[in-house]
Design a protein around this ligand. Structure first.
Ligand code: HEC
Length: 124
């Protein structure tokens, strides 16, 4: 009886460990396609090249709203330093993350967010 309990606890633990690192499993190649379809209209990955949104060159590890971009909205003055976790949160719902007027685009699919983050990371 005791052993069965232990086995089920360990089983549940193994499952939750297997299920949790969604972010680590992003596919940069698939992310390039996501970027092209969902982000490229407003962003480039070339340093200094801004569109409706700022250049995303070197974005991971960079303080938010510090590209040479005159049209920052809610992110202006932000103390956020972009990492995989906060980028995931921002992309899922920019308005909720920033709490003000900001990027008018939500990337709802978790796997697409993981892929596009892996892609941006692969450029650095
Ligand atoms: C409709 C145009 C538009 C689309 C589409 C768009 N963005 Fe943005 N993005 C913006 C704007 C405008 C800002 C600046 C927001 C602010 O200042 O609050 C921004 C800001 C950002 C930032 C923060 C940049 C910084 O310098 O801190 C990241 C990261 C970002 N976008 C990633 C993405 C990704 C990844 C996609 C595709 C899934 C995407 N964006 C799609 C317009 C867009």
């Amino acid at each position: 009886m005791k052993h069965r309990y232990l086995a089920s606890v360990l089983g549940a633990l193994a499952l939750s460990i297997a299920a949790s690192p969604a972010l680590a499993s992003g596919d940069a190649e698939a992310g390039a396609g996501v970027f092209k379809k969902r982000c490229m209209a407003c962003h480039s990955t070339e340093a200094g090249k801004n569109k409706t949104g700022p250049s995303l060159a070197g974005i991971i590890g960079k303080q938010a709203a510090t590209a040479d971009f005159a049209k920052y909205k809610g992110l202006k003055g932000s103390s956020v330093v972009w990492d995989e976790d906060n980028l995931d949160e921002f992309l899922a719902n920019p308005k909720k993350f920033v709490g003000a007027k900001t990027m008018a685009y939500k990337l709802k699919k978790e796997n697409e967010r993981a892929d596009v983050i892996a892609y941006l990371k692969s450029l650095q």
